[in-house]
Design a protein around this ligand. Structure first.
Ligand code: FES
Ligand SMILES: [Fe+2]
Length: 425
C-alpha cells in the first residue's frame, strides 16, 4: 500500500514532476524505425506529456523537436524536410536537429533574430530497429548496451503496443511471476510456443506454471534494478526462474525463448494515463527461427494500424465466455500481451495503490517501488540516480539475464545461482 503522494511520485512524468525528472535521466524509445521510412513525413510523438515531432533529416539522421513552431506555434509535423532540418510551412523558419533556428526567410534580412531562438530539441540514436531519445538535462549518458540492443540482426524482433493506462502499473505486471500461473493459462498451446524448459523432461513453461500456482518469490536489488527469483515445486524439484525489473521503466522475462535470450519490455509514458510498451524479443544462441517469426506475426495481427490492440476496452477485449469453459482461462485469445493489456487497463488509468492489499507474491513489486521512490528523491536532491551509464567500460550487462530451468533433484537454488553468476561475467 502506498500513500496518494507516493503514488503520484511513481506515476506522474510530465515536465517538472519528480518522476518525470527521474525518467528524463534515461534514454527511451520514441518510435520504431519502420514508422520512419526514408523520405517519409515527420511523425508527431507525445512522450512524457511533451508534444514532439520526429523526423529523418535529408542526411538520414533522426531529429526530435518540439511539435509547435517557436514562431507562432504552427504544427511542424506538416513541415518540409530540407536544407539540413525541418522547415515550418507557415513562414519558413528552419530548425536543425539541435533546435537552432537557421533561417527566417519572412523576416527582413537586416532584422533577423535566429540566434535568439532556441527550439526544444532532443538527441536521438537508432538501435535494433528503434529510435531512442534522451530528453533530460546536460550531457546525455550512454544508451545501455542491453543484449537485445546490440545483438546481431535477425536475433531480435521489435514491436510496440498502445496501453490506455499509466506506464508503471503495466511494468508491475512484468515483476509479478505468480500471475503467469493464472491469467495466461490456456490449453491448445500453439506449435510456435512449444519451446521446452531445460531440465524439465520436455515440459512446456505453461505446464510448469500450472504445476505450482503459488511460487515462492524472492527479490534482490542490483546495480541495474531488481533481480526476481520465482521458485515452483514440480514433482519435488525446483522450477527456477529469474526475471528482472530494469530501472526505471523496463523489465525482462523469459518469453517464448525459455531462457535462451529474453523479452525486454520498455514502458514509455505518452502521458500519465497512456503509454507505449516497446517489446524486444531476443534470442541469444541463434537468429530467430521461422516459428518465431510466425508467432510474432500472430501478435502483430492483434494490432490495428497505429499499434493499437484490436481487443480493447471499448469492445471488452472480445472476451469469449464459451472459450473460458474449455481452453482459455481469460477468454481473451491466445496472445499473452493482450491479456496483460486487459488486466492493467482494467485497474483504471492510474491504479489507486492506497487501496491495495499486498501479499508475499508481491515482494518484487514492493522492492521495485521502494527503489524507484528512493531514486526519485535522490534526483530531487541533485544526483542523477541509479543506472545512468557514463562509463563505456561498464556498459555491458552479462548478469542481466533471465533463467528458466528445472533444477536437478535436491539442488539448492541459491547455490545454483551463485555458480551461474560466476559464469555470467
Ligand atoms: S509559425 Fe512557424 S515560421 Fe511562423
Ligand atoms: Fe503477463
Amino acid at each position: 500500500m502506498l500513500s496518494p503522494e507516493e503514488n503520484a511520485l511513481l506515476t506522474h512524468t510530465g515536465p517538472g514532476t519528480p518522476g518525470g525528472n527521474l525518467l528524463r535521466r534515461h534514454w527511451h524509445p520514441v518510435a520504431l524505425v519502420e514508422e520512419m521510412p526514408k523520405d517519409g513525413a515527420p511523425l508527431p510523438v507525445r512522450i512524457m506529456s511533451e508534444d514532439l515531432v520526429l523526423f529523418r533529416g535529408d542526411d538520414g539522421q533522426f531529429g526530435l523537436l518540439g511539435q509547435f513552431c517557436s514562431h507562432r506555434r504552427a504544427d511542424l509535423s506538416y513541415g518540409r524536410i530540407e536544407d539540413g532540418g525541418l522547415r515550418c510551412l507557415y513562414h519558413g523558419w528552419l530548425f536543425d536537429r539541435q533546435g537552432r533556428c537557421i533561417d527566417q526567410p519572412c523576416e527582413p534580412p537586416d532584422r533577423r533574430f535566429c540566434e535568439k531562438v532556441k527550439h526544444p530539441a532532443y538527441p536521438c540514436q537508432e538501435r535494433a530497429g528503434v529510435v531512442f531519445a534522451y530528453m533530460g538535462p546536460g550531457e546525455p549518458p550512454l544508451l545501455p548496451n542491453y543484449e537485445p540492443l546490440v545483438a546481431p540482426a535477425g536475433h531480435v524482433l521489435v514491436s510496440k503496443f498502445h496501453h490506455q493506462c499509466n506506464f508503471f502499473q503495466a511494468n508491475e505486471g512484468n515483476l509479478d511471476p505468480s500471475h503467469v500461473s493464472y491469467l495466461h493459462r490456456q490449453a491448445n498451446v500453439p506449435e510456435n510456443l512449444k519451446r521446452t524448459v531445460t531440465g524439465s523432461d520436455g515440459k512446456l513453461p505453461l505446464a510448469l506454471y500450472d504445476a505450482d500456482m503459488a511460487p515462492r518469490i524472492d527479490a534482490e536489488e542490483t546495480d541495474y534494478g531488481v533481480r526476481i527469483f520465482s521458485l515452483r515445486n514440480v514433482d519435488g524439484r525446483t522450477f527456477f526462474r529469474v526475471t528482472n525489473y530494469v530501472f526505471p521503466n523496463k523489465a525482462t522475462i523469459p518469453g517464448p525463448m525459455s531462457g535462451d535470450g529474453y523479452n525486454l519490455y520498455w514502458h514509455v509514458p505518452i502521458d500519465d494515463t497512456h503509454h507505449w510498451r516497446y517489446d524486444f524479443v531476443f534470442r541469444r544462441s541463434a537468429p530467430m527461427e521461422q516459428r518465431d517469426i510466425e508467432r510474432d506475426k500472430e501478435i502483430l495481427d492483434e494490432l490495428s494500424p497505429g499499434y493499437r490492440p484490436k481487443r480493447n476496452k471499448s469492445n471488452r477485449y472480445l472476451q469469449d465466455r464459451e472459450a473460458m469453459k474449455s481452453w482459455s482461462f481469460s477468454g481473451m485469445g491466445r496472445i499473452f500481451n493482450v491479456q496483460d493489456v486487459a488486466i492493467v487497463e482494467g485497474c483504471g488509468e492510474i491504479v489507486d495503490r492506497s487501496k491495495e492489499f499486498l501479499g508475499p507474491s508481491d515482494k518484487a513489486i514492493i522492492v521495485a517501488r521502494r527503489q524507484l521512490l528512493r531514486a526519485i528523491r535522490e534526483v530531487e536532491a541533485g544526483s542523477e540516480g541509479p543506472h545512468v551509464i557514463r562509463d563505456s567500460e561498464n556498459n555491458r550487462f552479462p548478469q542481466l539475464t533471465v533463467e528458466s530451468e528445472v533444477l536437478s533433484a535436491g539442488a539448492d537454488w541459491q547455490e545454483h545461482w551463485k555458480e551461474r553468476l560466476k559464469v555470467l561475467r
